[in-house]
Design a protein around this ligand. Structure first.
Ligand SMILES: CC(C)(COP(=O)(O)OP(=O)(O)OC[C@H]1O[C@@H](n2cnc3c(N)ncnc32)[C@H](O)[C@@H]1OP(=O)(O)O)[C@@H](O)C(=O)NCCC(=O)NCCS
Length: 152
């Protein structure tokens, strides 16, 4: 298995994988490849993008996000990470994360942070990698009303 830095040409196959993984359990989100590509391309086009991927014949998984300036130094916001459903729980995610962290350390990044659901299996995965759920920080979100339909 090859572990390498993501490039623009990788976005399409990674988007296909992303849509498959997050449409399945435990996420069951209604992704199609086009929507997934928009999201991944957005992060890719944003300042400080960094992604790593695992590949055999096909893409096995990827992790990506953006470097951000902060008063204490550079942070990395890990935005998306997934491993192909058939390849999960075989150590690929751990190898991929370590490849990402090595890359971040070589860029003198001070910390990695991410937001995810508390109860999902990935929470144990991240805790096993040394991430801690903050006692002080909270993640706030607010739903907004959909705009009225033009046919109303
Ligand atoms: C979460 C995910 C990236 C983990 O990758 P993975 O290749 O399946 O995980 P690994 O096999 O490398 O596991 C590494 C460690 O995490 C633990 N782990 C992995 N999945 C776990 C689970 N479902 N429950 C508990 N522990 C888990 C493993 O036991 C292993 O521990 P060890 O090092 O002590 O043996 C992958 O399962 C995935 O893509 N899930 C669906 C998408 C997702 O949830 N992405 C993250 C959303 S933010």
């Amino acid at each position: 298995m090859q572990l390498r830095i993501m490039e623009e040409r990788d976005l399409e196959p990674c988007a296909q994988l992303f849509a498959q993984v997050f449409s399945a359990d435990p996420w069951n989100e209604p992704w199609d490849t086009g929507q997934a590509l928009k999201r991944l391309a957005h992060f890719h086009a944003s300042s400080g993008f960094l992604g790593v991927m695992a590949q055999r014949q096909e893409v096995v998984g990827f992790a990506l996000g953006n470097l951000e300036p902060f008063c204490m130094g550079t942070l990395f916001y890990l935005r998306e990470m997934c491993i192909a459903t058939t390849q999960q729980s075989r150590g690929v995610g751990k190898q991929l994360y370590h490849a990402l962290q090595q890359e971040l350390e070589s860029c003198h990044v001070r910390a990695v942070y991410l937001a995810t659901d508390r109860g999902i299996p990935a929470a144990s995965f991240y805790q096993g990698l040394g991430f801690r759920c903050s006692d002080n920080m909270a993640f706030y979100a607010k739903r907004l009303a959909a705009p009225p339909s033009t046919t109303d």
